[in-house]
Write a protein that binds this ligand. Structure first.
Ligand code: GSH
Length: 122
């Protein structure tokens, strides 16, 4: 049952990726110096995600629409999965790692992530 649900979710993920590819969001245009300033800020933000997760597609679309350079880290396996579990607290994607000086926030929930990015970068 669990395997079936996982396969179903992955299948749905592929369909969502295909639809996302067809209806790719338009990137916002900024003047060069403002974009450079934003790029400097987004160096300190990382997205932990799975490629075929529909919630991650939603988050990636917002990132694209806002023209943000945010590193995407595959948390399906390997060191980023370990990092997400050990530092974020659980394996749930998407998760935004926000580094603000000494303080690091691990933000879960796609709707919270999108709200945060819209508030900060719109
Ligand atoms: N309500 C969450 C749902 C996120 C979610 O269910 N993500 C799945 C992947 S699609 C997950 O991380 N599952 C944990 C796992 O597969 O180990 C959101 O909107 O971000």
């Amino acid at each position: 049952m669990k395997i079936l649900l996982k396969a179903l979710r992955q299948g749905l993920g592929r369909v969502v990726i295909f639809i996302d590819w067809i209806f790719s969001p338009r990137r916002v245009k900024r003047n060069e110096s403002y974009q450079t300033e934003i790029n400097e800020q987004t160096q300190f933000i990382k997205l932990y995600q799975f490629y075929a997760c529909p919630f991650c597609v939603k988050a990636r679309r917002a990132i694209k629409r806002l023209s943000l350079k945010i590193e995407e880290r595959d948390a399906q396996e390997g060191k980023y999965r370990e990092e997400l579990l050990n530092e974020g607290g659980k394996i749930k994607v998407p998760c935004l790692k926000i580094i603000d000086g000494q303080k690091t926030t691990w933000m879960y929930e796609s709707s919270n992530i999108i709200k945060y990015l819209n508030n900060r970068f719109s």
